[in-house]
Write a protein that binds this ligand. Structure first.
Ligand code: FAD
Length: 479
């Protein structure tokens, strides 16, 4: 059921927090952390949870975890670390829901800020304006924002597939799902941010106020109705050679029988998923609209199936899979994911080598493909896209199940990812990584391309000692 006004965001995006300390058994590696007056809650114990992330491949202990209760707490500790200057190695990482893949939310021997515990002053909705918006903490989970906004007949426009991620976590990347081709990524739907910089300054920013900082933070890797079109669109690669029943569909099809009977005969099949929002009173016209949408597409007719679900069930679909995987102890396994942004001119060459050759005969997770329009992308942010107007997010979402060996084991998946990365770096196809991870500065410079100089300038300006986001491994801490 869907009659909702789009909602945009006004957000407190905060990097750090404050503390009360248990001064017994304090670690000796960073005495500066307990010689300062703290406010809030800084914990040196039971901090194991902050040493790993969803990727589950890096386990790096912090020295302390901060549970913030105000903006000034956050600013206070960052300023303290900044004032230690070159004499300290301390770094600070904001941690959202810890669903990074390559240790980006970790701070080895540093301070992790548990952003989910910073809820003050809570979600506030502003509905009188022409563009209604919600003002919230960056530590809020998207699923909570969905439920609260629906109570007011509102909804954010742009989502991620999975909603148990924090606002700060997705805005530090981009936040891409099936709505991005129409509404842009989540970083396009932000009015205003409150940022604690790497100097400990609290700065309010928007397109009109401190715009350079606003753009720096969006996609900055934490370092600084009446439509004839579908509302959501994505592709799924069926890389298996057998029957279609190897697909991972988001919902149970109403009549899967015909689809199950189709044999792919060894070819690579793509499953196109379309979502169309509608109100129950429009159920008659929606069928005609769907028919007209489908008439424009070329596909294998017997494989068509449809499902009707509520708006919440649609958006929160991955959580259902999470529950099942948790029951079977298959959620907290290593996730060697690889996400790529492939320009349109390269997609056929990419598919030929990668889908037909490198990833064939693997079944360790879905491969999702999202077409997006760059014209929907805000200019000037830190986010790096391919040069062309249309590009595809291609997401290899692999799980390395412990009992798997051979082609489905962790080592084999990592080797396969390396083959893909090697192929794209040698083929000069203009492909970029999403949720990027690199080992050398040269690779980061190549990733940012023409944006490197401005990214570097902003880093020097807003976080000159490289205190923030050590887990991204772009800039080493100055000391
Ligand atoms: P964390 O993992 O805690 O942090 C990630 C980065 O953000 C770190 O560098 C951290 O320092 C920084 N950060 C976190 N909070 C703040 C803050 N308040 N201020 C400044 N920096 C901060 N991405 C998509 O775009 N689309 C998808 O559909 C999608 N689906 C996903 C599904 C699953 C199951 C998972 C695990 C990830 C998915 N992602 C998707 C990737 C996800 O958006 C990123 O990994 C995101 O960073 C995770 O958010 P988090 O709250 O867990 O952040």
């Amino acid at each position: 059921l869907f009659r909702l006004k789009p909602l945009v965001f006004k957000i407190a995006l905060l990097f750090l927090l404050g503390i009360t300390t248990n001064r017994n058994h304090l670690p000796t590696n960073h005495p500066s952390l307990y010689t300062m007056p703290f406010y809030g809650n800084l914990s040196f114990h039971n901090i194991n949870h902050a040493s790993k992330d969803f990727g589950n491949r890096y386990h790096l202990m912090p020295t302390a975890v901060l549970y913030p209760n105000s903006t000034s707490n956050i600013a206070h500790i960052i300023k303290h670390v900044f004032n230690l200057g070159l004499t300290s190695h301390l770094t600070v990482a904001a941690r959202g829901h810890g669903h990074s893949l390559e240790g980006q939310s970790l701070a080895p021997q540093g301070v992790v800020i548990h952003m989910e515990s910073y809820k003050s002053p809570g979600m506030s909705f502003h509905t009188a304006d022409h563009y209604p918006y919600v003002d919230d903490s960056a530590g809020e989970l998207w699923i909570n924002i969905l439920h609260e906004s629906l109570k007011r007949g509102l909804t954010p426009k742009s989502w991620t597939d999975y909603l148990h991620l924090t606002v700060g976590g997705t805005l530090s990347n981009a936040g891409i799902s099936g709505q991005a081709f129409r509404h842009g990524p989540q970083i396009n739907n932000v009015y205003h941010l409150r940022v604690v910089t790497g100097r400990g300054d609290v700065v309010t920013c928007s397109d009109e106020q401190n715009a350079d900082l606003f753009n720096a933070v969006l996609g900055g890797l934490a370092s600084l109705g009446s439509s004839q079109r579908p509302e959501s669109l994505w592709n799924q690669l069926l890389q298996r050679t057998g029957l279609l029943n190897n697909r991972r569909s988001s919902f149970n099809p109403k009549d899967p029988v015909q689809a199950e009977q189709f044999t792919s005969a060894g070819r690579v099949l793509f499953c196109l998923e379309l979502a169309k929002y509608f109100n129950l009173e429009d159920v008659g016209s929606i069928e005609r609209e769907v028919d007209s949408l489908l008439a424009e597409l070329s596909f294998i007719r017997p494989t068509l199936f449809m499902s009707e679900v509520s708006y919440v069930d649609f958006l929160d679909r991955v959580h259902v899979s999470e529950m099942k995987l948790r029951e079977n102890n298959l959620w907290d396994v290593p996730h060697p994911w690889l996400n790529l942004l492939v320009p349109r001119s390269s997609i056929h060459g990419f598919a030929k080598e990668v889908f037909h050759n490198i990833v064939k005969d693997t079944s360790n997770g879905p491969v999702l493909i999202y077409p997006v329009n760059k014209s929907r992308w805000k200019n000037g942010t830190s986010f790096v896209t391919p040069e062309e107007d249309v590009f595809y997010l291609v997401a290899f979402l692999s799980s390395a199940v412990p009992s798997s060996a051979g082609k489905d084991g962790l080592d084999a998946i990592l080797a396969r990812n390396r083959r893909i990365v090697k192929f794209i770096s040698e083929s000069n196809m203009g492909i970029k990584q999403y949720l990027p991870h690199y080992n050398t500065t040269q690779e980061w410079i190549a990733h940012f391309g023409a944006k490197w100089e401005i990214f570097l300038r902003r880093k020097m300006l807003y976080d000159p000692l490289a205190i923030l986001a050590p887990g991204q491994r772009i800039f080493p801490r100055a000391n």
